[in-house]
Design a protein around this ligand. Sequence first.
Ligand code: SIN
Ligand code: FE2
Length: 207
Amino acid sequence: MIQAAFPAGFRFLPEYFNRQAQRALMDAVLAARETAPFYRPSMPRTGQPLSVTMTNFGPLGWVTDKEKGYRYEASHPETGAPWPDPPELLTTLWRDVADYPAPFEACLVNYYDGQSRMGLHVDWDEEATDAAVVSVSLGDKARFRIGGPARKGKTHSLIVSSGDVVVLGGDARRCYHGVDRIYPGTSTLVPGGGRINLTLRRVSVPR
Ligand code: SIN
Ligand code: FE2
């Protein structure tokens, strides 16, 4: 069984969203661009641009820039507008799979073109690191990689397709992960091609 090789708390839910739901999520992303356009963030310190472009849904959004680095902000760094409300399908997804007593606060939306990648990293800018990170793939297929809690550890990869959900809970929450590559032309969902990834995170410790 494929998940035996993966860290405890890692879950892969293939085709969690059917085509109709994928389309509804895609429509929500397209609509969000009106107040929350995709922008290209920069790495802390070096100011090097990321290979993905980003936007967010929710009361908080994950942002990064040269000066202030990785953090959560309540508004779009370029327009200053609050991030749009997340679609109901994501709220339902979180309730279904996160096993957490409070709602997610941030939904980061990453857009990958055919050349985009995401280097190995751990999501660790949240206070509520006891909450799982829940990730939705839309559009072109990608090779997702996950290792252990040490950067140099052994890794495993799997192909994620449109509608698939990955849950990084438990031990997997502290594990390095990233996206090696996109397989262009493997989906027609994203207008013009490419891949959208939605990651839901609880940021603050519920009180
Ligand atoms: C991320 O880890 O931030 C994104 C993962 C993905 O695009 O599947
Ligand atoms: Fe991540």
